[in-house]
Design a binder for this molecule. Structure first.
Ligand SMILES: [Zn+2]
Ligand SMILES: [Zn+2]
Length: 323
């Protein structure tokens, strides 16, 4: 399913099977999650890079062919994430911050992704998956889970944790946070009773609309919804010294706000991409918790339907495409 220009539907195409180059593996896709970032790519919120591309960066599949220099056993089950390549030489890579690499290439954006039957990937950036979690339920771990985990790392010391936007990432982070002993305050679109019930089932001790204040001041909050107007709302809910983490790759403009919302040593930070270390840590943790993802499956040919449902906010948990 290929994107030819932003704003247009993906087009189903028959294409030659990709051939793995040195360092790459050919993966037969078993399942591919649909991430909000795919929507940002398809809708043109992220700059279109000029060439047609296959979206998808929550890929679970099995290795079916190897490029030169790769020794992964054929048949190995692996996950292919958003981070597809880093240079290993820039100041960020050398500092262990490969998520910030100046020359990073991302799956389903710079590199063809998993809305397909096969994909090639650099073997060094693929992850082993927890054996206890099947393909369909493992797919959302590869971005919603990983980026959610990286966001949560900056809020893991909070006793009272707010989560704004209760979609795929939030439903995974809530399980990890609950397991970690945190209280979860879940904020959804005003009046979204369905999402609030879902959050309660996953362990939230309080749910409400994002325009509401929680009954207590929060130690930290994570915003997963791509809505800049949530930043002042979330700051208002934080205690002095609290941390606000913005977990999305794209957000609408943040409205002007009084400095008093930030005053008192509150801080705001964004989270970008993932490192391979995040992946290894999180996937081990996901198996231990264990994280149970809620998924809704779609046939690969219905990728546009799945994207439409995500755009409309009517997916509970995560959407997953099956080739
Ligand atoms: Zn680099
Ligand atoms: Zn993603």
């Amino acid at each position: 399913m290929r994107l030819h220009r932003p704003g247009a539907p993906l087009i189903a195409e028959l294409r030659p099977q990709p051939v793995p180059q040195p360092g790459q593996i050919l993966v037969r896709v078993h399942a591919c999650g649909v991430c909000r970032t795919d929507l940002h790519v398809v809708d043109g919120d992220l700059p279109f890079l000029g060439a047609p591309l296959v979206p998808g960066h929550e890929i679970v599949g099995e290795v079916v062919a190897l490029g030169a220099g790769v020794s992964v056993p054929l048949g190995t089950r692996l996950g292919v994430p958003w981070l597809g390549y880093t240079c290993g030489q820039c100041e960020f890579c050398l500092r262990g911050e490969e998520n910030l690499c100046n020359l990073a290439r991302f799956t389903g954006y710079h590199l063809d992704g998993g809305y397909a039957e096969h994909v090639v990937a650099d073997a060094r950036y693929c992850f082993e998956l927890p054996p206890s979690i099947d393909d369909i339920h493992a797919a959302p771990l590869l971005c919603a889970g990983l980026v959610g985990y990286r966001s949560w790392r900056f809020a893991r010391d909070a006793q009272r944790l707010g989560i704004y936007g209760f979609g795929a990432a939030a439903h995974i982070v809530a399980q990890v946070a609950s397991w970690h002993g945190q209280e979860i305050y879940a904020f959804t679109r005003a009046g979204d009773v369905h999402a609030q019930e879902f959050a309660s089932q996953l362990g939230a001790c309080w749910t409400g609309g994002s325009d509401q204040l929680p009954p207590v001041q929060l130690d930290a909050a994570i915003i997963f919804a791509p809505v800049g107007a949530l930043v002042p709302l979330a700051l208002r809910a934080l205690r002095k010294g609290g941390t606000l983490v913005c977990g999305g790759i794209h957000m609408s403009d943040i409205p002007a706000m009084p400095y008093s919302l930030l005053w008192g040593e509150r801080s705001i930070r964004s989270v970008a991409n993932l490192t391979r270390r995040d992946g290894v840590e999180f996937l081990a943790l996901a198996g231990r918790v264990p994280v149970a993802t809620h998924v809704e499956t779609f046939a690969l040919a219905d990728a546009n339907v799945a994207l439409g449902r995500l755009r409309g906010g009517t997916v509970t948990g995560a959407a997953v495409l099956l080739p």
